[in-house]
Design a protein around this ligand. Structure first.
Ligand SMILES: [Zn+2]
Length: 109
């Protein structure tokens, strides 16, 4: 039983990775599709109780857009925090300076 659960988690993890790769490819040209993929990632993570901390930091909580600085969001520094404003829905996200969003977004472009 335990191993079956484990296998399901692995499949879900793989699927999440594939979907997030698609999101990175398509956020620019098909942003509607990309937002749907993010929604699917969230549903998978909820269903299988998986943590998606890295992905969570790179997408908008409100509208599921991928947050790429200068393209789909603006980033300001205030009181040692990054204030990230989504360009699609204007939702504001606040992150500490040391969390990983910058290094992850280097891969996108
Ligand atoms: Zn948004």
């Amino acid at each position: 039983m335990k191993s079956q659960k484990h296998r399901a988690h692995n499949i879900a993890n793989e699927r999440i990775e594939q979907l997030f790769a698609l999101v990175k490819q398509e956020y620019h040209s098909h942003s509607k599709d990309a937002r749907r993929y993010v929604e699917m990632i969230r549903n998978l993570a909820t269903k299988h109780n998986l943590r998606i901390t890295d992905i969570k930091r790179q997408v908008c909580k409100e509208c599921n857009s991928l947050l790429v600085p200068g393209k789909t969001c603006t980033v300001r520094i205030h009181n040692d925090r990054r204030i990230i404003t989504c360009a699609h829905c204007q939702k504001i996200k606040r992150l500490g300076l040391r969390s990983k969003i910058a290094s992850n977004n280097d891969q996108v472009k």
